[in-house]
Design a protein around this ligand. Structure first.
Ligand SMILES: Nc1ncnc2c1ncn2[C@@H]1O[C@H](COP(=O)(O)OP(=O)(O)OP(=O)(O)O)[C@@H](O)[C@H]1O
Length: 525
């Protein structure tokens, strides 16, 4: 992959007008209330406009979705399909169903606001095989599971349906191209790249291997060498990449398949947003009769209380997300919380004027997707309440599987009830708050302060490290302004290995070390 050079014309003062040539898009971003493009939008939009493959990595909540959707709309305006086709014009691959709905809602909104015809489809069957002459082009948004890729026959069918697709986005690239999705995504991208069918008599033998083993063969030819002239444009994006040394390195995957792609790694990639207040709370030692669920209920109650105390910093509508390591824990924390916790008292008359109602929902199975879908379609600006409406704190209990990509409105606090297993997970869970420059808070319940992950957080982010909930409630309410360092060097750190030695003072107080800013960087994969 090629290394992008810093653009001398790029400046934080770049306006939407300088970035987007199409007046309809300017109307759209204006209607969305977006004043200036974010850094990654300033970098990625011109790079994508050049029609080459692009991979970009930037902080959670930094507007990556629009960074790939706006060029798609622009492209549609400049090169509309010449005739109706049974292929979606664009394909967006994301790792989970709530994200499918979320991005579909954004596409729908953008198309409406800009007047550029584009229809979201969340299932291949929604794209008609024979569209009418006047039908708007489709963008298909699916998980890797949502596209067939098991047998050669299925892949052939997929091939027929994506024959004239022009633009392919892989969002949350480290999940979609790695782990359990790797084989499936590889099959799908392979076909889209080559417009040919693995398993066919003319296909290289290695492809048959790929099909038969349902795995990427190390002997397979580089994807690039298979590319054909009608190849479409690929865009990859995410907030994290797996480390170079990782067995299923996405970097290696991209280097092999998309060697000419431009890689843009934003300076803030792998960093927690600076306006995030981070708190590490020492979990009391387990002793007979101690109930973790009851303790988590107290933590969540303290979080709601702090929101109430510092309501002046939070808009009236707030969401708290409690992440547990699995659905069973999420349900246990939810049940105990609803059974034991009182509603927080209203703030003093004339002060902030916020009373708190608790709306708590355990997100299990189908329910979780449904609720997140409803929540994600609420606009953050719809926070102003009607006169007789009580301000609301929504507490959502969920398993970690939902930490990726969700852009829920007004998420003020994250509670990591079960400490994360790796830094990547921390980055993504913490990234559900402090989005698009808003203030936010992450409260991690830490069973063992000696973990390497704790050490990494103390070194890079100067979190508050405290050992009682009383201390937590008394923490200042101002949004954080501490710069944070990149957590990338610690991506491989696991919570199962204890750290070597963490200075005990650093764990007791808000660490005083001021992190240095990352050097400006773009990087080759
Ligand atoms: N230029 C902008 N100015 C202000 N807000 C913006 C801008 N661009 C996007 N946003 C808003 O920022 C929020 C986060 O955007 P988005 O979901 O695209 O983030 P992301 O970078 O994809 O995050 P993640 O890595 O968590 O998926 C959205 O609510 C979006 O509307």
């Amino acid at each position: 992959m090629t290394t992008a050079q810093p653009d001398p014309n790029d400046s934080a003062n770049t306006t939407w007008r300088a970035l987007l040539s199409d007046p309809a898009l300017l109307v759209g971003v204006d209607a969305l209330g977006l004043k200036v493009p974010t850094t990654i939008q300033r970098k990625a939009i011109p790079a994508i406009r050049n029609q080459g493959d692009v991979a970009f990595v930037a902080q959670t909540g930094s507007g990556k979705t629009l960074a790939y959707l706006l060029p798609l709309l622009e492209r549609l305006r400049n090169q509309p399909p010449t005739r109706p086709s049974g292929s979606p014009y664009a394909l967006i691959i994301v790792p989970n169903q709530p994200l499918v709905w979320q991005i579909s809602a954004v596409v729908h909104r953008l198309a409406r606001l800009t007047g550029i015809p584009l229809q979201p489809a969340t299932d291949l069957h929604q794209v008609p095989i024979k569209p009418t002459a006047t039908a708007a082009p489709f963008v298909l948004i699916v998980t890797p599971e949502g596209l067939p890729a098991g047998s050669p026959r299925q892949v052939r069918q997929l091939g027929q349906r994506l024959e004239t697709t022009q633009y392919v986005v892989v969002d949350e690239l480290d999940i979609c191209l790695g782990g359990s999705f790797e084989a499936k995504s590889t099959m799908q991208l392979l076909w889209i790249l080559t417009r040919s069918v693995p398993g066919h008599a003319t296909a290289p033998r290695t492809w048959k291997y790929v099909v038969a083993e349902n795995a990427w063969s190390p002997n397979a030819p580089p994807l690039c060498s298979l590319a054909c002239p009608t190849r479409c444009q690929f865009v990859f994006c995410g907030a994290t990449l797996s480390p170079k040394t990782s067995k299923t390195s996405v970097r290696a995957y991209l280097r092999q398949g998309f060697p000419t792609a431009q890689l843009l790694v934003n300076n803030d990639a792998f960093c927690i947003a600076p306006q995030t207040t981070e708190v590490l709370v020492q979990q009391p030692p387990a002793r007979p009769g101690w109930d973790k669920a009851a303790y988590i209920a107290q933590v969540v109650d303290a979080v709601v209380q702090r929101l109430n105390n510092h309501g002046v910093y939070w808009p009236q509508q707030s969401t708290v997300i409690v992440f547990a390591k699995n659905s069973a824990n999420a349900t246990a924390y939810y049940r105990t919380f609803t059974a034991t916790v009182r509603a927080s008292p209203p703030a003093a008359e004339g002060a902030v004027g916020i009373a708190t109602t608790l709306y708590v929902k355990s997100l299990d199975a189908d329910e979780k997707a449904d609720i997140l879908h409803r929540m994600s379609t609420v606009s953050p600006t719809s926070g102003s309440l009607k006169r007789d409406q009580r301000p609301l704190v929504t507490v959502v209990f969920t398993a970690n599987s939902l930490h990726r990509g969700m852009d829920l409105p007004c998420v003020r606090s994250i509670v990591l009830a079960d400490f994360v297993q790796n830094i990547g997970q921390y980055i993504h869970c913490a990234g559900r708050t402090a989005r698009a420059g808003q203030a936010g808070e992450v409260v991690s319940v830490v069973p063992n302060m000696d973990h390497r992950i704790v050490q990494a957080l103390v070194q890079c982010n100067s979190p508050y490290t405290i050992d009682s909930l009383d201390e937590y409630v008394r923490l200042p309410g101002q949004p954080c302004t501490t710069p944070k360092r990149s957590l990338e060097p610690f991506l491989g750190a696991s919570s199962t290995k204890p750290a070597q030695q963490v200075p005990s003072n650093a764990l007791l107080n808000h660490a005083s070390a001021t992190p240095t800013a990352d050097p400006k960087r773009t990087e080759s994969i």
